[in-house]
Design a protein around this ligand. Sequence first.
Ligand code: XLS
Ligand code: CA
Ligand code: CA
Length: 436
Amino acid sequence: MTEYFPEVNSIVYEGPESTNTLAFKHYNPDQVVLGKTMAEHLRFSVCYWHTLKGLGGDPFGPGTIIRNYNQHEDPMTVADKTLEAAFELFTKLGVGFWCFHDRDIAPEADNLTETNKRLDIIVEKAKKLQDQTGVKLLWGTTNAFSHRRFMAGAGTNPSPEVFAYAASQIKKALEVTHYLGGEGYVFWGGREGYDTLLNTDMGREMDNMARLLQMAVDYKKKIGFTGQFYIEPKPKEPTKHQYDFDAGNCHAFLQKYGLDKDFKLNIEANHATLAGHTFQHELAYCAANNILGSVDANRGDMLIGWDTDQFPTNIYDATLAMYIILKAGGLATGGLNFDAKVRRQSIDPVDLFYAHVGAMDTFARGLKNAARMIEDKTFDKLVAERYSGWAGELGRNIESGKVGFEQLEQYIIENGEPRINSGRQELCENLLNDYI
Ligand code: XLS
Ligand code: CA
Ligand code: CA
């Protein structure tokens, strides 16, 4: 098979002292941390759309990046070579997983039947490459947002015909994800939102979105696909307002429509910050509500208000994220998927490797830092102390539902002004810095 990245060898762990810019300084896949290997904890995944297909286009100009695997007239030849390049990259990076949209891996044809045939050809090859390399599918998904037919959404489209197209496309994507042994399936609401309420029936759109998801749940059971379903929140972009705004919003939606047992969330760092939250907040919300599923590990830019999808390099954020993830018991079927793209000026193939090596090391450091925070119980002790009142008689009575307003009023009349304690935020932040 052709080698597409001959300038890069397999990336190996060389330790913190290494000066090799194409080696891991912290990610040591077999190193055991809190009872599991780093590879088992972190479950790194490469995303197909940005890493293999992204060419650096932005609203002001087309792509700047030329790849050796897409220099061909025939779109199926390009798809074939891209897949080979992809598995070479996955293997050289040593990631265990990949993720794709149906349309990333195989181009659309003139009608759905032909499109599905093309998809089958590429999926067959992907299955072979997975078997040869041991790289697994973390999740599959449907691109029901790029084609012009989806300009007004898929499940929330005002036209039932577009809804039917989206359903057909999801049906097929579920089948191929199942065939490839995918551990999950993501629903990101592409253009499921609105640009003006003046032309929008919001209630109907949300009901229809739920209908589409319920159909997916039914079909999943029918074909025996046992992978985990995820919803991925994002507050805006491409529409002004996306219905699956943030974790809290998705949670309410799933509960309202009785879908909460069938879905967890896929939390993307850049989407969290676009929603005005921290990455850690969205993870913590999910953990507190038992809906933490998977993670799209990237970052935004503090000064840019859109989805820049940059590779994660912030050790502070990665530490806080891993702290929440570890405390929640880990990612189970999920993983850390690098839904991130190299910058428009990073035009060399080697930049893809620098990007992933840096991101993997960032999360490896986050994992090691978080593990020490947990072992030392530094913050557990602070939190336990802060809430210790709930172990007393009053706290127990409130939490067990034994008392109501009248008894609590009586308590205050008898005992007077409550005692209050310092929150110690500065101390907490100083202690955190000891681990970074
Ligand atoms: C776009 C989303 C998308 C999903 C998968 O902003 O991040 O890439 O992860 O459809
Ligand atoms: Ca994403
Ligand atoms: Ca994104």
